[in-house]
Design a protein. Structure first.
Length: 504
């Protein structure tokens, strides 16, 4: 994706009349309005035949004219805020951009749906030093639907886009001046949204974001939680492909939440249908975890190394750690990207869609949320209690480490079960979420120490084979053993606090 560029676009749109653009000089820090001439823009917008991108607020276009000719893919961030990704001009959709919409498009074909041509009058709002604050465009728009028996439409709009690193308050001030001049905010989120509405044939169905009634039954609550995690999987896919910070971790969490909910609420959803889905979610979570676990481990080992006095660092320890980390990360990332483009991942997304569209509800799904959901969460909590008590009864060592890891996984499951229960049970469930998260964090730190010791032994072996000193790895290993013992000593008190604070 090296040939792609991304930027954050913050803008407001207004419906314009024959009055043109009112004078914006003196609005906030605007010292002058500088005419930049007129540009002729010609854009063709692509989507699936059933307009999946539009339904999720995304736009994909090929545009010529102006200063940024090429392919543009826009993701909604918030009202009036979108992340815009540019790719060079080509005849077909660039593969990198196609990948970023794969989780939504799946196996459907991307087709040209609408052509929008704009005659754009451009002005820059500048401060007293001549620094651009925002760009104001007056667009005379002509839209033409390219499929079916759609028609054409035309209108004029004003678009105000904040300059890079600009102050959003300027947009508020400009908007106030425009409204005083009789210019109304546009009800359409984008040119494409308006074009699709105004050029559609009378019998053409418009895609809308799925709406769902307020949950009333146990099944409603569980499905709402599952739906939110499915949506997170889809939305995080392009962020993972772009290697955005924390995106892999968040996508992995979504898979875990789905798996946990399907397991915890087996009295609500038929497990003969959901167990195969859980297996596929486990596969995806494992693939996501390959790089994430290594990333966390690298940070842990680096922090431990940084904390050592320099007199205890012998040999090229930092270089060996860096090489190990970079090699592992490169391999895991290539594998993950191949997985996201693979048929197995896309089939999982289709399966989740089908499950939510026609859920395999059991009789308990029609029950009262408080009764059904509370019982399910209690069952997870009891299992967590048994696992943790078993682990603490074992002597320190390998078996206890394995048992604590199992307790950690159950603490996560209990936390996620309680998360799903919060809309139905309120504060008691929220309290359990908080307590389970604290326990999970403590057990997670312990597991990090277990994995760090394993890696240090491997690195020490490699260093020894290369004729390097293994002394520092031994020092770090000893520190990790001490750290693990301290964490284990805190577990009984943490567990007692969780038991005491659980009000379900």
């Amino acid at each position: 994706m090296a040939d792609m560029k991304a930027k954050r676009e913050i803008e407001r749109k207004y419906e314009a009349d024959d009055g043109g653009l009112p004078d914006l000089t003196g609005v906030g820090p605007v010292a002058a309005v500088v005419d930049q001439g007129v540009a002729e823009l010609d854009a063709v917008y692509y989507d699936t035949p059933d307009e999946r991108l539009t339904a999720d607020g995304l736009t994909l276009r090929r545009r010529t004219g102006g200063t940024d000719a090429g392919w543009h893919l826009k993701f909604p961030v918030g009202p009036g805020v979108r992340d815009e990704i540019h790719a060079p001009l080509s005849d077909t959709v660039p593969p990198a951009l196609a990948g970023l919409v794969r989780s939504r498009v799946r196996d459907a074909e991307l087709l040209p749906l609408v052509r929008i041509r704009s005659r754009r009058g451009i002005s820059h709002l500048v401060d007293a030093d001549g620094t651009p604050l925002a760009e104001v465009a007056v667009d005379a728009v002509r839209a033409e639907r390219l499929t079916g028996h759609g028609g054409a439409a035309q209108w004029t709009e004003i678009e105000v886009e904040l300059a890079d690193d600009g102050d959003p308050k300027l947009l508020d001030a400009v908007g106030k001046r425009l409204r005083k001049a009789g210019v109304r905010p546009s009800p359409a989120a984008s040119k494409l949204a308006r074009a699709l509405t105004e050029t559609a044939p009378p019998d053409h169905p418009r895609p809308t974001a799925a709406g769902h009634a307020a949950p009333t039954t146990a099944g409603d609550h569980v499905l709402a939680y599952l739906r939110a995690q499915r949506d997170a999987l889809v939305a995080l896919d392009p962020a993972v492909r772009r290697d955005e910070y924390d995106s892999v971790h968040q996508m992995r969490v979504a898979t875990r939440r789905l798996r946990s909910a399907l397991r915890t609420y087996r009295k609500v959803l038929d497990r003969t249908v959901t167990d195969p889905v859980r297996a596929e979610l486990k596969w995806l979570g494992t693939e996501l975890g390959l790089g994430r676990d290594q990333e966390v481990l690298t940070e842990h080992l680096t922090a431990g190394l940084d904390d050592l006095p320099y007199t205890l660092v012998t040999g090229p320890v930092r270089t060996r750690l860096r090489t190990w980390s970079q090699t592992a990360r490169s391999d895991s990332r290539r594998r993950l990207l191949a997985d996201l483009d693979g048929a197995r991942h896309l089939a999982l997304l289709d399966t989740l869609d089908a499950l939510l569209a026609d859920p395999p509800l059991r009789p308990a799904a029609a029950g009262k949320p408080a009764k059904v959901i509370t019982k399910a969460v209690h069952k997870d909590f009891a299992a967590l209690s048994a696992l943790l008590r078993h682990a603490l009864d074992l002597p320190p060592g390998h078996d206890r480490d394995l048992a604590l890891h199992e307790a950690r996984k159950k603490a996560k499951a209990t936390r996620y079960a309680a998360e799903a229960a919060v809309p139905a049970l309120g504060d008691p469930a929220a309290g359990l979420v908080k307590g389970a998260k604290s326990l999970q964090s403590l057990l997670g730190d312990h597991q990090d120490s277990v994995m760090a010791r394993r890696t240090l032994r491997e690195l020490a072996g490699q260093a020894h084979a290369a004729g390097e000193s293994a002394f520092t790895y031994g020092v770090l290993h000893g520190r990790e053993e001490q750290r693990a013992a301290e964490l284990e000593a805190r577990l009984p008190e943490t567990w007692r606090a969780l038991e005491k604070g659980t009000a379900l």
